[in-house]
Design a protein around this ligand. Structure first.
Ligand SMILES: Cc1cc2nc3c(=O)[nH]c(=O)nc-3n(C[C@H](O)[C@H](O)[C@H](O)COP(=O)(O)OP(=O)(O)OC[C@H]3O[C@@H](n4cnc5c(N)ncnc54)[C@H](O)[C@@H]3O)c2cc1C
Length: 88
């Protein structure tokens, strides 16, 4: 008998499953797609996500992101900021 059934193996489901497993629960993840689950993604993580994954013991490969910049479709307008706490 399992303690927790997580339906969906996206980031939210997997983080929930890892938290529960680390707390000693017997967890099963039900995900219809084969691993690794492919999805649309810009491959960027905000600093909070990097910290959350680090706390779960998930190492995040890649280059550190120091801030973020949004540019409109024609490149005329932009908004940007440097991350205040940690890197992405
Ligand atoms: C184009 C694009 C680019 C993005 N880029 C980034 C980025 O660079 N960085 C970032 O942090 N975020 C990015 N995101 C956002 C990110 O993808 C979502 O925030 C994240 O995937 C949400 O996770 P989730 O677990 O809530 O849902 P999902 O990732 O949607 O996971 C849900 C899972 O549940 C499964 N599922 C669905 N129905 C059932 C069912 N009935 N039974 C069992 N399983 C089921 C699905 O197969 C899926 O694997 C991007 C999103 C898009 C669309």
């Amino acid at each position: 008998m399992i303690d927790l059934l997580v339906v969906g193996g996206g980031p939210a489901g997997l983080a929930t499953a890892i938290h529960a497993a680390l707390a000693g629960f017997d967890v099963v993840v039900a995900e219809p797609r084969p691993a690794p689950v492919d999805k649309a993604c810009g491959e960027g993580l905000m600093p909070g996500a990097v910290r959350a994954l680090d706390a779960l013991g998930v190492k995040v490969p890649g280059h550190p992101l120091l801030g973020i910049r949004y540019v409109d479709a024609v490149g005329e307008r932009r908004a940007e900021a440097v991350f205040r706490t940690g890197h992405g």
